[in-house]
Design a binder for this molecule. Structure first.
Ligand code: ATP
Ligand code: MG
Length: 425
């Protein structure tokens, strides 16, 4: 036998026993996004490398070490998208969606990062993202956060996630704070962990979320970001908090929350859970008022988030919150040559009458016992048996597979009414 080829490390197949869970999660997401008037946008998974360097920032984990970048046959540098916001802004600019307009957009799709694979962290993973363009007020930030909160409610995990909130202030305020933090930490350069030493000049804000204990203790007396906020950002943040308070959304203020990407200003937030171990952030976002202009468009305020779908599905499975619709409702078993001849036509009539019915027609003939085994394995709720007697009487025998209920023989019209409730479960 030839040596079999395996999938790339960190890139997972989603097998048939998993896809119902994903479909359930995706359909809830679509419904909730639509309930806020958001429209779907689909972008390519490959973009020019320059797009991510310019938006995410040269000195970020993603651009420094996580991107899948390669030259195509023309020698052009391309990158598999590590996130969706940059592509969404690129598409919006390219098609004139953002110019003097308000847009409420969402996307779902695969993202690619070269990271060490572990639970909740993969090299191909999926994000659901929201991006709102053209609205500068805190009401838009509140809307985006409320949309994410509604998803937790819809999934029944509102008590499993905590909202952490911070403001970075204006770009100028953030720059002044960055300098102050760097000057402060420079005094203790020798005591910092290796990553933080490296970031001291390039991206000192990232030192705030260092996991190193010594670094964390040094940060206790560091300058505070909130002391550098400009008045408008302070007011903006107060307005956001007032709206969240009114809507009954609890949050924790976390002054060390700065996010790993360069493009954020003002609001930043994360939804975190303790139920998933180290990979506890299920959703992260914030405001990025400078990005549209930075990527060649007219200055346009924007706010959004990205949710890690694998982490969400893991959390829902661990909390036992998924009850996906069964893949097969009924399994049609023709017994004998005449029944085999008629079975496809009978199945089509049932599908005409019940478009939502999930009906498998047994193929390949065989005795009753063999067919019942297959019916059971299919996961169907009932087997529909058509033998010579049933054919003669224009009836079907219904055999429940998941309960002790008696089997019954029904006319075709009665069968449709019998099956209807199964299609609604
Ligand atoms: P982390 O700190 O976990 O590396 P991040 O700050 O790099 O996250 P973002 O770029 O903000 O993550 O992406 C938003 C969300 O996408 C994360 O909160 C997480 O749920 C998910 N995510 C990010 N990277 C991965 C990955 N490699 N595998 C699975 N999910 C991921
Ligand atoms: Mg990361």
């Amino acid at each position: 036998m030839a040596k079999s080829i395996q999938a790339i490390r960190g890139m997972n197949d989603l097998l048939p026993d998993q896809s119902p869970a994903w479909q359930q999660v995706e359909s809830t997401i679509r419904r909730v996004a639509a309930s806020y008037g958001y429209s779907e946008i689909r972008m390519p998974v490959l973009e020019n490398t320059a797009l991510f360097k310019r938006s995410i920032g040269e000195v970020t984990d993603i651009v420094e070490k996580e991107m899948y970048t390669f030259d195509d046959r023309n020698g052009e540098s391309l990158t598999l998208r590590p996130e969706g916001t940059a592509s969404c802004v690129r598409a919006g600019n390219q098609h004139g969606l953002l110019y003097n307009q308000i847009q409420r957009l969402w996307y779902i799709g695969p993202m690619f990062r070269y990271e060490r694979p572990q639970k909740g962290r993969y090299r191909q993973f999926h994000q659901f993202g929201i991006e709102t363009f053209g609205l500068s007020g805190a009401d838009a930030d509140a809307e985006v956060i409320l949309l994410s909160a509604r998803l937790w409610k819809a999934f029944g995990i509102a008590d499993q996630v905590e909202l952490q909130l911070n403001s970075l202030g204006s770009n100028e305020a953030r720059a002044r704070y960055r300098d102050a933090l760097r000057d402060y930490l420079a005094q203790y350069q020798e005591q910092l962990d290796e990553d933080s030493k490296r970031r001291l000049d390039s991206n000192p804000l990232r030192i705030l979320d260092s996991k190193d204990e010594t670094t964390q203790s040094l940060l206790a007396d560091a300058p505070r970001l909130s002391d550098y906020w400009d008045d408008e950002s302070r007011e903006h943040f107060a307005q956001l908090r007032a709206r969240l308070d009114e809507a009954g959304i609890n949050y924790t203020l976390n002054e060390r929350l700065v996010r790993g990407l360069d493009y954020y200003n003002r609001t930043v937030f994360e939804w975190v859970t303790t139920a998933l171990g180290a990979q506890g952030t299920v959703c992260a976002g914030g405001r990025y008022d400078g990005l549209v202009e930075q990527l060649g468009g007219k200055a346009t305020p924007a706010v959004g988030f990205a949710m890690g779908m694998e982490r969400l599905v893991l959390l829902l499975q661990e909390q036992d919150k998924l009850n996906p619709r069964r893949a097969v409702d009924a399994y049609l078993m023709p017994l004998g040559e005449q029944a085999e001849l008629k079975a496809p036509a009978i199945a089509e009539q049932l599908r005409d009458a019940l478009p939502e019915l999930r009906l498998v027609t047994h193929c390949g003939g065989g005795a009753m016992k063999k067919q019942i085994k297959k019916a059971d394995k299919s996961g169907a709720e009932v087997a529909l048996i058509v033998g010579e007697n049933e054919l003669a009487e224009q009836q079907v025998t219904v055999k429940p597979l998941r309960s002790d209920a008696e089997q019954t023989t029904l006319s075709h019209a009665e069968l449709v009414e019998f099956l209807r409730p199964l299609t609604q479960a």
